[in-house]
Every structure is written in structure tokens, then in C-alpha cells.
Design a protein around this ligand. Structure first.
Ligand SMILES: Cc1cc2nc3c(=O)[nH]c(=O)nc-3n(C[C@H](O)[C@H](O)[C@H](O)COP(=O)(O)O)c2cc1C
Length: 244
């Protein structure tokens, strides 16, 4: 077996019965479990969402769709999709903790959601940050960024054609705090849950969706305004109206 980086990572981050001793959590330095920008968040419609196809029908019909019409999404569709991905489902007494639609290893929630709006009724085009507690969007960067984002996604045209694109970053320190290097495994699992939630919600709403794992990481990081070190892009997805 070739000892490449992936192999070394997998081997050195295995749990075994003799390497779990003496692990203590540094509660005084626990990172925040969500991020918020100073400024106004535009509150999205919902939750809870209503209507649409059943879970079972959505599982049956889910496909990666790469052709979209030029129609806008409605604010209700945007709100339903954002909530499905990572929305709060239960607020606990602890002000910084929200159970969500997607599970997360240790309840640490390393994944942040950004949404690029190309075409949504009543929303100006730009890149927004999604706040879990507020179920709202904060405009980080306005303007027509579809072409630059598509170029950063290895020239994939779907990014420019989509009505919206999701960007999931990982704030790695949230997970490293408890799991150390093994946490990278969990970060990618968490991102996968968000991605599948989006696929199923889009299918239920009769929208097209496609996951995107091919991108120039630091070009996307720069467009999102994240440092690429503590917080870095891990996954993307595009959504648009289905061509009939
Ligand atoms: C982690 C991951 C990354 C992917 N990256 C891309 C991508 O960059 N571009 C693309 O067109 N499709 C991408 N896809 C979609 C896959 O090509 C698609 O899921 C696969 O062909 C199976 O088809 P289905 O989703 O319709 O079942 C990705 C899927 C996953 C799960």
C-alpha cells in the first residue's frame, strides 16, 4: 500500500483502546458554535416549511441536475432551502447552542453556510452569510459574482447559471477543540449531511440541485472573505428551477 498523505492521515487518526486516555476538554477556550457578522440580517420566510413532495418520493427522485431555467427562486423557496440545510430545530437554554436539521459530531457544528444569490425575487445579487439563530442572511458582498465564482469552481458553468449557490466552509478549530486531527473526518461528514439535506429539500420543492466538490479552494475563500486557514471552503452546491 502506497503511504500517501491520505493513507497516513487515516492510519494516524484511528481510535484505539490505548490512545483515548487522559483527554480533557478546555472549556475556557471552547470556540463559538456559530458565527455572526455585525450588521443587519434579512430574515427569511419560515420555518417550518410546508408542502412539497414526501421524503420518500424525494429520495426516489433525487438526482444531480445541472441545467436550470433563468427563472428566479421565491424568497419562500430560499428560506425553505436554507433552513433544510442547517436550520435551527430546537433552541436550548444555552444561548449559543441550537439543535439543527443536520447532525454534527459532538454538537460542535463546524460548518458555516454562505449563499450566493444570482436570482431570487426581492433579493439583490451577492454573497450572503446564513445565520442559524436568526434564520436570516447578511449581505457580505454585492454584485454579479456568478462568473467569478464559476471560474473559481474550475469553470463549471452551472455556478453561473444557477439561481443560488451554497458554500459550506469549516471553522476547523470548533472540531479540533474536541477531536484534534481526527476532527477532519467529522468535518467532511457534517458537510455531507448539509449537502444531502439540500438535495432532498430541492427535490421536494421540484428544484434542481447539484453538489460541487471541484473548486480552487483559496479563490473561493477569497470571494467569501474567509482566511482559508481557521475557516476554509469544503463543499458547494448549486440550485435552480428545473427545465421541464
Ligand atoms: C462530494 C461530491 C462532489 C461532487 N462534485 C461535483 C462537481 O464538482 N461537479 C458536478 O457537476 N457534480 C458533482 N457532484 C455530483 C456527482 O457527479 C453525482 O452525485 C454523481 O454523478 C451521481 O449522480 P446523482 O447525484 O444524480 O445520483 C459531486 C457529488 C458529490 C457527492
Amino acid at each position: 500500500m502506497e503511504k500517501n498523505l491520505g493513507h497516513v492521515y487515516q492510519q494516524t487518526t484511528k481510535y484505539s483502546r490505548n490512545n483515548l486516555e487522559g483527554r480533557r476538554l478546555d472549556w475556557d477556550n471552547k470556540p463559538e458554535s456559530y458565527k455572526e457578522y455585525d450588521g443587519e440580517y434579512l430574515v427569511l420566510p419560515g420555518p417550518p416549511p410546508d408542502g412539497g413532495k414526501s421524503l420518500w418520493q424525494s429520495l426516489l427522485e433525487r438526482r444531480s441536475v445541472r441545467n436550470y431555467t433563468v427563472e428566479e427562486l421565491t424568497p419562500e423557496e430560499l428560506g425553505q432551502l436554507a433552513w433544510a440545510v442547517m436550520g435551527a430545530t430546537r433552541v436550548t437554554a444555552r444561548k449559543d447552542f441550537f439543535f439543527r436539521t443536520a447532525p454534527s459530531a459532538g454538537g460542535l457544528y463546524p460548518i458555516e453556510t454562505y449563499i450566493h444569490i444570482n436570482r431570487v425575487k426581492d433579493f439583490s445579487p451577492g454573497i450572503y452569510h446564513y445565520s442559524v439563530p436568526k434564520h436570516g442572511l447578511y449581505l457580505l458582498r454585492d454584485g454579479d459574482l456568478g462568473h467569478s465564482l464559476a471560474e473559481a469552481a474550475l469553470g463549471q458553468q452551472i455556478v453561473e447559471n444557477a439561481a443560488i449557490n451554497f458554500f459550506w466552509t469549516a471553522v476547523t478549530s470548533r472540531t479540533f477543540w474536541k477531536y484534534g486531527q481526527r476532527g477532519i473526518r467529522y468535518i467532511y461528514m457534517d458537510a455531507g449531511h448539509a449537502g444531502q439535506n439540500l438535495y432532498l429539500a430541492a427535490t421536494a420543492l421540484e428544484l434542481g440541485c447539484c453538489s460541487i466538490g471541484a473548486f480552487f479552494d483559496d479563490e473561493i475563500n477569497k470571494l467569501l472573505g474567509v482566511d482559508g486557514e481557521d475557516e476554509t471552503i469544503v463543499y458547494m452546491a448549486s440550485v435552480g428551477k428545473l427545465k421541464k
